[in-house]
Design a protein around this ligand. Structure first.
Ligand code: SF4
Length: 262
């Protein structure tokens, strides 16, 4: 089965180049061999894909990971999107026990004090819920774009996610940000109000800042960390390395307290 899906992913990857984003989504639905799930962060790229799915009534499940730390503007957009299309965006939440353990171990904002703590938080709030969101799916749609960051530039339109055993498709991978902005304006797609305040890439509130002129799009995400390591673990790399074990608690429980300003 894995070999079949790997082969199919390679075929789709070649075919995608000549198709529009809508045609790519239709092609994935026809060939994925199982349910197709789109996980949206409600960023502008994802809003374009949500529009394509809802406006064309595609049989793709639209889900979001509510980390509990999102901006108020993101929740407003979530509601506005459901109202506009008359469709529900299914929510997934962190496991209560894991979240309690995380916060009690490393503090409510422990992610500022060590990369390990940041990965622990993303693990509990994002990566584990993602695993449930796409469990049993044949295809997983994302809004990744080639020019968002150096980490993403060598990805493909379509790949086989060996860690999760499914086909991962990026239907707007070759679209520029400007083209997506134009598309959303032309089609009346609701977008996050923070984009107009220079928040180019929007994640959790405590881990996102506005970008300054000339900065890369994702410069406002986890800005206190080394640039090359700023990913949350949702997207494994081309070598199919699995995301880290998200159920692990911090190696040094309580260490965050030692790092807090006294
Ligand atoms: S982005 Fe920040 S708050 Fe959100 S899950 Fe990751 S570390 Fe936690």
């Amino acid at each position: 089965m894995s070999d079949e899906r790997r082969h199919l992913a390679a075929e789709l990857n070649i075919g995608f180049a000549a198709l529009t984003p809508l045609e790519r989504l239709r092609s994935l639905v026809e060939r994925a061999g199982g349910p197709v799930v789109f996980t949206t962060s409600l960023g502008i790229e994802d809003q374009m894909i949500t529009h394509l799915i809802f406006a064309n009534d595609l049989p793709i499940q639209v889900k979001t990971l509510d980390t509990g730390r999102l901006f108020p503007e993101t929740y407003t957009l979530w509601r506005e999107t459901e109202e506009k299309y008359g469709r529900r965006i299914k929510a997934l939440y962190p496991q209560a026990d894991a979240l309690e353990a995380l916060v009690n171990d490393q503090g409510i904002d422990g992610f500022y004090y060590a990369p390990e703590f940041r990965r622990n938080c993303c693990g509990v709030r994002k990566v584990e819920p993602l695993a449930r969101a796409i469990a049993g799916a044949g295809g997983w749609v994302t809004g990744l774009r080639r020019d968002q960051s150096a980490n993403r530039s060598d990805m493909d339109f379509v790949s086989f996610d060996g860690a999760r055993g499914l086909i991962k498709a990026n239907p707007i991978f070759d679209w520029s940000r400007d083209a997506i902005v134009a598309f959303t304006a032309e089609h009346g797609v609701p977008v996050n109000a923070l984009h107009a305040k220079n928040f180019l890439s929007i994640g959790c509130a405590p881990c996102t800042r506005a970008t300054r002129p000339g900065e890369p799009e994702r410069a406002g995400r986890w800005w206190w960390e080394e640039e090359t390591k700023r990913e949350c673990g949702l997207h494994v790399d081309g070598a199919d390395r699995p995301a880290r074990d998200v159920t692990n608690r911090p190696a040094r429980a309580g260490a965050a307290f030692e790092r807090l300003p006294q």
